[in-house]
Design a protein around this ligand. Structure first.
Ligand SMILES: [Zn+2]
Ligand SMILES: [Zn+2]
Length: 424
């Protein structure tokens, strides 16, 4: 146990880290273009926040949360998603009192006790955005465009946007009844989960993944016929804004978010070629959530994307991740005094931006040159006892092979010229 990580918890090793940086940098870059600022909320929140914010009848709350009592006896939960914490922060810091919209993004680890599989871990990472305070369909289109720009920026191809409206508290109850009326005579054909959902949360019957349930969902009444006037107008507005932005979409009437505070727009971006579960980003409008979590009635919309899945997709496209840290100078000291001196000028070189490494433990010249080679260093600076007494250092071009002597006092100006010459 001591040398084994917990199931579903993943070490991101140095050779994978560069891919993570790439994805995180893309998220920040695209968010800056759209005027979104980063929010960092705690990884731990009061359990009640997720019970209310994610929903009591969801798999997440019923089966997947890491919940425990802290030493003060309070029930705490490792966040299973990012929206509830963002809403809590928006309300707690009274952002609703200032100019709207508030546009936030977050990046960080989430925790769900699920069966681990490729691209799905118990500790996983999400990039997500939230917009509070504006109900305009232009915001829906902007959020979707941001998500697509991000996915395209990191190099995903074959992306498909699926879109639906889940109605609102005015029109959805009638649709629920219609769904129940359709499904009740078919009850025996439903899977166990769906039989359970039929009375509590019938919309979720539409996105069940079992084959028999899928077939029944195909013929179920469609929500678009049940939408109220406002929902229909909003939906059409979203379509028009998307079309103006050159974004293609498909209406998927079985795309639902089953909770009451989800309203109108629901969307998913599907990538073809990552396997059966191809959704790489999903989100929607939640005009009732801020109020549900103790704030005023303020509209909101957001999405989240699981980074593990994106990493997997990128690795499949590019082959294994490589970490090119890069080394400019490898310092080789021969002898104790030389080693001490090397410590001094390596620090000065690094202060100039030079990526410098060195050999340790008084290894032979041959062994240290080998180490420099292994790191792909461009130059070796060799300081032997004899050179040290004469106040010089040997500069060896590890790509070309030439070497020359350089006064130790000129090492810094040599680097400045060299750096300049290589255009780094
Ligand atoms: Zn409606
Ligand atoms: Zn089912």
């Amino acid at each position: 146990m001591l040398t084994q990580r917990p199931r579903g918890m993943h070490d991101i090793l140095p050779q994978e880290a560069s891919l993570w940086h790439e994805i995180e940098e893309a998220a920040r870059r695209i968010c800056a273009r759209y005027g979104f600022s980063e929010v960092r909320t705690p990884i731990l929140e009061h359990t009640e926040l997720f019970q209310r914010g994610v929903g009591e009848n969801t798999d997440i709350v019923e089966k997947e949360m890491y919940t425990f009592n802290d030493r003060g006896g309070r029930s705490m939960t490792l966040r299973p998603e990012g929206t509830a914490g963002a809403v809590r922060a928006y309300v707690e810091h009274k952002f609703y009192g200032g100019p709207q919209p508030i546009k936030w993004f977050y990046l960080g680890p989430m925790f769900r006790y699920e069966r681990p599989q490729a691209g799905r871990q118990r500790q996983f990472h999400q990039f997500g955005v939230e917009v509070f305070g504006v109900a305009d369909p232009a915001v829906d289109a902007e959020v979707i465009a941001l998500g697509l720009d991000f996915l395209e920026d990191i190099g995903l191809e074959g992306l498909r946007l699926e879109l639906n409206s889940v109605g609102c508290p005015q029109c959805r109850p009638m649709y629920r009844e219609r769904l129940q009326a359709y499904y009740r005579p078919l009850r025996e054909q439903l899977c166990e989960d769906c039989r359970d959902r039929l009375e509590r949360n019938p919309l979720r019957l539409l996105d069940c993944k079992r084959e028999t349930c899928k077939a029944l969902a195909e013929r179920a009444p469609r929500i678009e016929e049940a939408l109220c006037e406002e929902c229909r107008a909003h939906d059409e507005g979203v379509h028009r804004h998307l079309e103006a932005a050159g974004i293609a979409y498909e209406i998927n009437p079985r795309l639902v978010r089953g909770l009451d505070y989800y309203t109108r727009t629901a969307f998913e971006v599907v990538e073809d070629g990552i396997g059966a579960q191809g959704t790489v980003l999903g989100g929607g409008r939640y005009n009732g959530l801020v109020e549900e979590l103790g704030g005023p009635s303020v509209p909101g919309i957001g999405f989240a994307a699981g980074l593990e899945r994106l990493i997997l997709a990128l690795e499949q496209r590019r082959g294994e991740g490589t970490s090119e840290t890069g080394v400019d100078v490898f310092g080789i000291a021969l002898g104790d005094e030389a080693s001490v001196e090397l410590t001094g000028w390596l620090r000065r070189l690094r202060a100039l931006g030079c990526r410098a490494e060195r050999g340790f433990e008084g290894k032979s010249l041959k062994a240290q040159l080998k180490a420099a080679d292994r790191l792909g260093a461009r130059w070796a600076l060799i300081l032997g006892e004899e050179e040290r007494r004469r106040g010089v250092v040997m500069v060896k071009d590890l790509a070309g092979g030439e070497q020359r002597e350089l006064p130790v006092l000129e090492v810094e100006s040599w680097w400045k010229e060299t750096e300049h010459g290589t255009g780094r």
